[in-house]
Design a protein around this ligand. Sequence first.
Ligand code: ZN
Length: 68
Amino acid sequence: MIIVLLVILWATFQYALFYKKEHLVCPKCGHKFKPLVLKMIVAPNYISGKYIECPSCHIKEYCDVHKD
Ligand SMILES: [Zn+2]
């Protein structure tokens, strides 16, 4: 049970860090965006980014994480 709590805490911390310091960049149109938390949670992880729909061109792509 403690492990589960730790994992949730760690994930929350990671998301907090992401929203504070980083954003995703669409490889198709170069749009910079911070997706909704819910979309971040359901989007599959990629090596250094997310497989997520770009809010600008609405294409699902592997978006890399960049520093703000
Ligand atoms: Zn795009």
